[in-house]
Write a protein that binds this ligand. Structure first.
Ligand code: DSN
Length: 595
């Protein structure tokens, strides 16, 4: 070809990146993702995002006359193009005739999805350009409040968000932030306390909507409180927009002055955000705050993805999905409680559940904390995040875990499966022996769990993964870096028939093996007979040790190899108990264990 266009699929142009994407895709399907703010975005949405709309600049907005047009009017190409040629639009670049249509389409569909009873979509003003939820909220601050004004939001440690006035975010240092908190005893929002605080502090804006408070707020009560002090009410439904769209969470549009949400959480669309208001004057201020106030050119490809997302949000399938997400969260919460664990805030009526790790295990006065608990669950195939809860003193040391049910529900798991997940979480974390490790400044909270419980959990989560739906066929059997990989394979990707000697390599291989074999590995001759030590240093398996290029080979009986390899891998990862008498014993690592 006599041009400079790069043709060819990604796998041909850049096999390295293609493979990395494949690994990430496999990870997402070979684990149970329970990050409350994530979901599995449909391929159709991703296709729109990857489209040639990516190529263009489109600072500005579609022509104001497009507001209120129906979908059929927007997609009437002849009329639209004739109008565009004669009248142009509110943008700085030409070449945006189709961009105008995709943006107007996304806005129209968004207005239809969030139109409350008694209103028509024409009465909603939908800005689909914010690149993220934090930017959307910053734009709303720009539009609604002045520097120095008071803004009232939920304490970040109790479930608020960075963009609700964190001191390290722009929303936190230009306005005066006052926080309401959950009631100390009930851990629930207390509207009387919130009312009293509003009377005292006279905020200009109140934010309702949370990232880790699992109950829907009463937007009508919040509006009444806002009205009582002449404040704006911002409903931030970033987490729950999909549920609101489906009617399983209150829709604040028409109640709050402004509603914001991200589009990649329960909406299951592209990574971006939307702002909706029913007030035309506020709409103008918000549009200006987004562009040119905070952003330049919008990501038109994402707006195309949002148009598809809103179309999907109108389907019965989407409604059924959101209903099941809520039922699954309740089942998970009930399952955790049935295991004697403490569910923070008493339960949920959304997609998320908060689990107090301190309630699960303590050892010598050291509690189990969120960070290490999330690492241990990741090892067994449950991906979640550590989270602060009421009582925590600092965001850097959260004592809880946050789970969300969107992704696992999308993959078809139901209430029984949630109970199984709760049982597995309890099974493995109840064996935890928390302890601290000194750090330069203070101590780090960590823990080790029982190896058998860990491996049993790996198998049980693997069974759920095998049952869960997937839309992507792995090119090889399973994902080599996930233990269970839905087929029971041992770490390192080897199957049992072709099992080779276990190789332990890496810079720490010799020191690691010295602990695990109970003798100085570097001083041994090739072919030396050794014993792999198991829990409490009891003999696990006889082996011979040989040096290989990048480390050591441990020759063990074929039938024992998978188990020994898993044990060594677990010791390297650092979260299984090696010696009960010295739970915090330092085992050098990491090493790479191959089978
Ligand atoms: N990071 C998101 C969450 O997980 O809640 C919020 O921005």
């Amino acid at each position: 070809m006599n041009d400079f266009l790069i043709r060819g699929a990604l796998a041909d142009v850049d096999p390295g990146v293609a493979e990395l994407i494949q690994h990430e895709h496999a990870r997402q399907l070979d684990k149970l993702i329970m990050i409350a703010s994530e979901s599995y975005v449909p391929a159709a949405v991703r296709e729109a995002e990857g489209s040639v709309f990516q190529n263009i600049y489109a600072e500005g907005y579609p022509h104001a006359d497009m507001h209120g047009m129906s979908e059929a009017e927007i997609l009437d190409y002849e009329s639209q193009l004739a109008f565009y040629r004669r009248n142009g639009d509110r943008r700085y670049y030409k070449g945006v005739e189709y961009c105008n249509l995709i943006e107007a389409l996304a806005q129209r569909r968004g207005a239809e999805v969030f139109c409350p009873p008694g209103m028509t979509p024409e009465q909603l003003f939908v800005n689909v350009q914010p690149l993220s939820g934090a930017v959307a909220n910053a734009a709303i601050y720009e539009a609604l409040v002045q520097p120095g004004d008071t803004v009232m939001t939920l304490d970040l440690l109790h479930g608020g968000h960075l963009s609700h006035g964190s001191p390290v975010n722009v929303t936190g240092y230009r306005q005066r932030i006052v926080h309401y908190r959950v009631n100390e005893e009930t851990e629930l929002l207390d509207y009387e306390e919130i009312y009293e605080l509003a009377q005292r502090e006279k905020p200009k804006m109140i934010i309702a909507g949370y990232t880790s408070y699992p109950w829907a707020p009463d937007f009508h009560k919040f509006r009444a409180i806002a009205d009582s002090v002449g404040a704006y009410l911002l409903a931030d439904i970033a987490h729950t927009a999909g549920m609101a769209a489906a009617g399983v969470y209150p829709n604040p549009v028409g109640v709050a002055h402004v509603t914001s949400f991200t589009t990649h959480k329960t909406m299951m669309g592209p990574r971006g955000a939307v702002i909706i208001t029913t007030d035309p004057e506020l709409a103008k201020r918000i549009d200006r705050a987004v562009f040119p106030g905070l952003q330049g050119g919008p990501n038109v490809n994402k707006i195309a993805g949002m148009a598809v997302m809103f179309k999907l949000a109108k389907t019965l399938q989407f409604k059924a999905l959101q209903q099941q997400i809520a039922r699954n969260a309740v089942a998970l919460s009930d399952g955790l409680k049935a295991n004697g664990l403490r569910v923070v805030h008493g339960g949920t009526n959304t997609h998320m559940v908060l689990l107090d790790c301190k309630s699960i295990a303590q050892h010598d006065g050291v509690p189990l904390m969120g960070n290490v608990a999330s690492r241990i669950l990741d090892l067994i195939g449950i991906v979640c995040n550590r989270n602060t809860i009421p009582g925590d003193k600092d965001a850097g040391r959260p004592s809880a875990l946050r789970f969300g049910t969107p992704w696992v529900t999308q993959r078809g798991l139901k209430e029984d499966d949630m109970r199984e997940i709760a049982d597995v979480i309890a099974r493995v974390l109840k064996t935890a022996r928390p302890h601290t490790i000194p750090t330069k400044k203070s101590v780090a909270y960590t823990a080790r769990v029982d190896f058998d419980a860990l491996m049993e959990s790996v198998a049980r989560i693997g069974a759920l993964v095998a049952k869960a739906g997937r839309d992507f066929d792995l090119p090889r059997e399973g994902y080599p870096f996930v233990w269970h990989a839905a087929n029971g394979q041992a770490p390192g990707g080897g199957d049992r028939e072709s099992a080779k000697p276990i190789t332990v390599c890496g810079a720490q291989a010799a020191t690691f093996l010295s602990v695990v074999l109970g003798t100085d590995a570097s001083a041994l001759d090739d072919g030396a007979k050794v014993t792999v030590l198991g829990r409490n240093r009891a003999p696990l398996c006889a082996a011979t040790l040989t040096r290989v290029d990048d480390g050591y080979a441990l020759n063990v009986p074929m039938d024992k190899a998978p188990h020994v390899a898993q044990w060594l891998r677990a010791l390297s990862d650092g979260y299984v108990i090696f010696d009960e008498a010295d739970v915090g014993i330092h085992i050098p690592g990491p090493v790479i264990v191959r089978l």
